[in-house]
Ligand binder design. Structure first.
Ligand SMILES: [Zn+2]
Length: 142
C-alpha cells in the first residue's frame, strides 16, 4: 500500500484557470472576494454596494448588502446580501448554476464577515442619528 499517488493537489488561488473563476460580464475576473469594491453611499437605505473592481465597468454594481439597525440596543444586523441577476446569470452560464451559486455565496459570506467594517458602519449610523435628533430638537424648540 505504499507509493500511492492519489494525493489531491492543492492549487493556490492565483493558479485557478480562468474558466473556473467568477467573472464580471465586463470581462474582469474576480479571483477573491477581497477584489470587490465596497461602497457605503446609500446611507439612508442602509445599503452597501458591491462594485466590480474594474473602474470602467459598464455594470458597476454587482450586488448589495442591506442591514437593519436596532437603535435601542445599538446593534447592526445583516438583512440581505445578494448579487444582481446579470452578474449571477452570466456566471451560471459559464460555470454551471450550482458551481456559480456556491462560489458567489462564499464571496458574499466573506464580504459580509471579513471586508465590511461593521464598526465603522455602526459608528457612522449612530453619529448621523444623533445629528438628526439634534436638528429636529433645534427646529421644534424655535
Ligand atoms: Zn465589471
Amino acid at each position: 500500500m505504499s507509493g500511492e499517488s492519489s494525493k489531491v493537489k492543492e492549487v493556490p488561488p492565483e493558479e485557478i484557470p480562468e474558466a473556473e473563476l467568477i467573472q464580471c460580464p465586463c470581462g474582469r475576473f474576480i479571483k477573491a472576494p477581497s477584489e470587490y469594491k465596497l461602497l457605503y453611499l446609500k446611507k439612508e437605505q442602509n445599503e452597501i454596494d458591491i462594485l466590480c473592481p474594474n473602474d470602467v465597468c459598464y455594470l458597476r454594481e454587482l450586488g448589495f448588502v442591506k442591514f437593519k439597525v436596532d437603535e435601542k440596543r445599538k446593534k447592526i444586523m445583516l438583512e440581505t446580501a445578494a448579487f444582481y441577476p446579470p452578474f449571477v446569470t452570466w456566471n451560471a452560464a459559464r460555470l454551471g448554476a450550482d458551481k456559480a451559486h456556491n462560489i458567489l455565496k462564499q464571496h458574499l459570506r466573506e464580504i459580509v464577515t471579513k471586508y465590511i467594517d461593521w464598526n465603522r458602519v455602526k459608528e457612522d449610523y449612530f453619529k448621523r442619528l444623533e445629528e438628526s435628533k439634534a436638528k429636529s430638537e433645534e427646529s421644534s424648540s424655535s
